[in-house]
Ligand binder design. Sequence first.
Ligand code: IPO
Ligand code: ZN
Length: 415
Amino acid sequence: MLKLRQSALLVLLGLAGVAQAQPVWISVGDQGYQLLRKLDAGAKSRESRQLAADGRLAKGAVGETVHLVQVDEALLPKLSDSIHENLRHCGGFIVHRDLKEAQAALKGAAAPLAGLVAPSYAIDNQAAVNQLLPQLQDSNILGTIQSLSNYQNRFYTTSHGVNASNWIAAQWKQLAGNRGDVTVEQFAHASWPQKSVILTIKGTDNSAETIVLGGHLDSTVGSGTGESSRAPGADDDASGVASLTEVIRVLLAGNYQPRRTIKFMAYSAEEVGLRGSADIAKRFKQQQAKVVGALQLDMTNYQGDAQDIFLFTDYTNAAQNTFLANLAKVYLPSLKVGYSQCGYACSDHASWNAQGYAASFPFESSFNNSNPYIHSRNDTLASSGNQAKHALKFSQLALAYAVELGSDGPAAKLR
Ligand code: IPO
Ligand code: ZN
């Protein structure tokens, strides 16, 4: 009841905002399309496709019909709200740069990069991983979540959102110190001011192969989000960025030097259609970057179930998911791993998956028991119990992933 009233208010606020008529192409599932038609009776599916099992597509997506529709960009936040309220999930559509890209996306995930072979998922760096794991501390994660959620909001168009990106860049630069093989850059996006942040640890003898660990830095309270909105986004997704920041700290404090290149990314503009990560993943694919794996941490600090970590099986790579389950078994034997699905492209892993790269999404709860406070002013540290013990598990898994995949040499030299 309360939730409904709040959302009605947000829709009103959204309508009051300045609407710029900017047509964009989106792909949206059938249920989302029906909601779109309620918001804009003129919206019309240009083409649609029923997703069929093609070996690369995850189970959850099979059978769903996806539509290509041109809509006014100003309608997107309202569509996002409507999907969130009615279907009880976030996102639910993907914004494309032009019709050509939209049509390519409708065909499903792109083919993998030619010549990019799946990595060995052997678990053979116990000494390094076991030395680093105990250095990860929940108190540091807690501090980063607090700092990030103290921003008024981190929406992709506000001054606070820009400042939050700058703050993460400054923090990561501090952790990088003066190591010549570690760089921090801010990735600028053409259509909005909030930059993504990328920290790179250059690989020693296999640097062309890259591993990506990401989370999103933006926050939202829906269509009305503006300069003065309160959107703490403590769980969604200060927690993921904080989990990653603690992994960076420990890898660099331990002077870990990977053989593959490792990139940590704090994406801009996830909450408005995965736009920051889509931009980056497209650029990497265009440049034929050999991304051997991508891991997404989006929401790590709210425990909704008895199990600790849920591997989401849709829009992800099955072999890499199995690798993650094995990493948990070997390095975090007390943790319980479960499986769940979003049923739609619910976070930035889907951007890498769409470009044909192997992506995974370990999540804090099952889909059904997910954090009810996200996208509201109540997504605070208090709503996650003022702790970061849950988020620590994700730092542990991410560190094991980074070191085990990061320590492999060139394929030809593998036994
Ligand atoms: C997210 C992912 C899974 C579930 I269940 C809920 C939320 C990701 C969150 N960042 C989001 O709002 N995506 O649009
Ligand atoms: Zn969200």
